[in-house]
Design a protein around this ligand. Structure first.
Ligand code: CAA
Length: 381
């Protein structure tokens, strides 16, 4: 059922992403990290190349590719620049996915076409100061007034919060109803009362901006509600199922960077009159990293394949994200260890992998939330 051979189209997408990443992302990645600089030019180029709405049908401005191709592309991009990995992942698997799956034709015409073709950038805004893992505990409200809703509240940790043109925002339309009272809205940055907070200073993925979003009686037309009133939580959960495939692929890319850098360095570095690659302790690390990365990629592509073939995939995407993010963190840590003192220095570029890897264990559901989802399925059987 799970064909391990990749199609010519999938391999072409992988090659195109790899070449782009080497040519346009690798140079300057450390400088962007240091300065917390958003890769605006590269985002524009990726949009023109069809990478911003990869799985969106061509009629709505996308590339009509499958989720396996998408995972291959995110891995290649994140191999060089995990910040770009998350910018792409959020726009593709959260924002464009929601509009494509739940939007009306007029929402698709107005928003999906511009987002999938890369003319606009999108953000996904669910979390709040008191609502991280407990995602339905929202305080942001949307009160209906005639032909619009008034949004009031504060959102947290929003990827591309500053550089995006539009955000999909989740808010309570029925106070006190928990997850049954949440609705989803398309909110343009230009709407009155909508502002982004300061750019957060982060440990890793520093090229991607993260900020709070504030809504001060922000009027949102009723036609910008996505799906039914109070149907928003299911939309968020379904989007995160797919989003976790993107984060898993990003983590595989970071882990692969750690492995490739470790191999290169271990074959060069001489200690005690031999290359360190000849020592068992280093071989063991390389063997573990290689095996874990292969397993993480398989889990990721299995979840992507299930999504592509219309089968349930929430548990598999949780498994992929949990395992791949753990692999990224462990591989990056081992890479720094192999580099020793040099690895700890910014100049060698591998400490960034360790900093970038950490967030993959946190965003779009922490590892603990992934375990909860996986265990729930196992225990229901
Ligand atoms: N697909 C469809 N529906 C789902 C679902 C899924 N995967 N998971 C849950 N639901 C539905 C349930 O069926 C239920 O619906 P009904 O009442 O109609 O039966 C409803 O949602 C509530 O489900 P639960 O009772 O399971 O909800 P819960 O409160 O126990 O929470 C959770 C479940 C898995 C812990 C969920 O809250 C969760 O995933 N939390 C993590 C949130 C998260 O990932 N946040 C990341 C935000 S985005 C981000 O990281 C920033 C960024 O920019 C990248």
């Amino acid at each position: 059922m799970f064909d391990l051979g990749y199609s010519e189209e999938q391999l072409l997408i992988q090659k195109t992403a790899r070449e782009f990443a080497k040519e346009h992302l690798a140079p300057g990645v450390m400088e962007r990290d240091r300065k917390m600089e958003f890769p605006a030019e590269q985002v524009k180029m990726l949009g023109e190349m069809g990478f911003m709405g990869m799985t969106v049908p061509e009629e709505w401005g996308g590339s009509g590719a499958d989720t396996v191709s998408y995972a291959l592309a995110i891995e290649e991009i994140s191999r060089e620049d995990a910040s770009m990995g998350v910018i792409l992942s959020v726009n593709n698997s959260l924002v464009c996915y929601i509009l494509n799956a739940f939007g009306t034709d007029s929402q698709k015409e107005k928003y999906l076409k511009t987002l999938a073709s890369g003319q606009w950038l999108g953000a996904f805004s669910l979390s709040e100061p008191q609502a991280g893992s407990d995602a339905s505990n929202l305080k942001t409200v949307a009160e209906k007034k005639d032909d619009h809703y008034l949004l009031k509240g504060t959102k947290n940790w929003v990827t591309s919060g500053i550089n995006s043109d539009v955000a999909i925002v989740f808010a309570m339309t029925e106070k006190g109803a928990g997850h049954k009272g949440i609705s989803a809205f398309i909110v343009e940055k230009s709407f009155d009362g909508f502002t982004a907070g300061k750019k957060e200073d982060k440990l890793g993925i520093r090229g991607s901006d993260t900020s709070e979003l504030y809504f001060d009686n922000c009027p949102v037309p009723v036609v910008n509600r996505i799906g039914e009133e109070s149907g928003g939580f299911t939309i968020a959960m379904k989007a995160l199922d797919g989003g976790r495939i993107g984060v898993a692929a990003q983590a595989v890319g970071i882990a692969r960077a750690a492995l490739e850098e470790s191999v290169r360095y271990a074959k060069e570095r001489q200690q005690f009159g031999k290359t360190i690659a000849s020592f068992g302790a280093i071989k063991e690390k390389i063997a573990k990293m290689s095996t874990d990365i292969s397993a993480a990629r398989l889990l990721t592509h299995k979840a992507a394949y299930l999504k592509d073939t219309g089968k349930p995939f929430s548990t598999e995407s949780a498994m992929a994200k949990w395992f791949a993010s753990k692999t990224a963190m462990e591989s990056a840590t081992e890479c720094v260890q192999i580099f020793g003192g040099y690895g700890y220095m910014e100049e060698y570029g591998v400490e960034r992998l360790m900093r970038d890897a950490k967030i993959t264990e946190i965003y779009e559901g922490t590892s603990e939330i992934q375990q909860l989802v996986i265990a729930r399925t196992a225990l229901e059987k």
